[in-house]
Design a protein around this ligand. Structure first.
Ligand SMILES: [Zn+2]
Ligand SMILES: [Zn+2]
Length: 255
């Protein structure tokens, strides 16, 4: 029982980490900021992974995030802890996200470079189908192939859901409230959060240099997402927009 529970939690954490890798490298650095270009099969792998593990529609994520950079911590920011309070952003991040994600005008405006493709319309924009298929695959793999009790995939999926939502909320709430501000912007750097989110915790660095693929700017800062990008680059699956860090204007808040 205890061993199975530990396995369920470990599998849930692994799914969250894979979803966070896809979020940081693909949705955030590649699609939203064009900091790097990914070559196939990475884009399709990340797109399908996000469909199965989060149900996120990239066009909507990109729009919400670009709006966040356009209005960082002022009226119009979809999830500002300075405007709304960090506890509210931490706990209601999904609702705040959906408010802009469901606003067609905002999505058209901020993600006009991502028109809906026939594959999106037919399958990949169907969030519940993706999440259902993801859960079905997990049940198939764990309970049927590996013969774990039926509750193991359910606990793993529930843990992933809570962890992914909690960490996404933390980047937006804690990552604009607590931690170090080395550059002149309202975001903060938190190495512990960067470990869990593939680098997103180095959020102050990111707001200072939003089009740079690398978030770690000092020797002691570790950006696991950058490690992945470096590996992908070495096998020609990724191409950077800038070879060195490119800082934005003084506030570092515009993309
Ligand atoms: Zn931010
Ligand atoms: Zn960003």
């Amino acid at each position: 029982m205890i061993a199975n529970l530990a396995i369920a939690l470990l599998i849930g954490l692994t799914i969250t980490l894979i979803a966070n890798l896809a979020t940081s490298v693909y949705l955030h650095r590649s699609l939203s900021h064009r900091a790097l270009e990914l070559r196939q099969p990475l884009p399709i792998f990340f797109r399908v992974t996000l469909w199965l593990t989060t149900g996120i529609r990239p066009r909507q994520w990109v729009a919400v995030h670009r709006k966040h950079h356009a209005f960082t911590d002022e009226e119009g920011d979809p999830h500002s802890p300075i405007v709304l309070g960090w506890v509210r952003v931490q706990l209601t991040n999904v609702a705040l996200y959906r408010r802009v994600a469901n606003d067609d005008v905002a999505v058209r405006r901020y993600a006009k470079d991502f028109p809906q493709t026939p594959l999106d319309r037919a399958l990949l924009d169907r969030a519940l189908v993706g999440l259902g298929a993801g859960l079905g695959l997990l049940i198939l793999l764990l309970s049927i192939v590996f013969d774990f009790p039926f509750w193991v995939p359910l606990v793993a999926a529930a843990f992933h859901l809570v962890a992914y939502l909690g960490l996404s909320g933390a980047v937006n709430a804690i990552g604009h409230t607590f931690g170090r501000r080395r550059y002149q912007n309202t975001a903060t750097n938190l190495q512990w959060l960067a470990w869990l989110t593939f680098g997103e915790g180095l959020h102050n660095n990111h707001h200072a240099a939003p089009t740079s693929a690398r978030f770690s700017l000092r020797r002691w800062e570790i950006d696991p997402g950058w490690m992945f990008i470096w590996l992908a680059k070495s096998v020609r699956l990724a191409k950077l927009r800038h070879e060195s860090t490119k800082f934005a204007a003084a506030t570092g808040q515009r993309i």
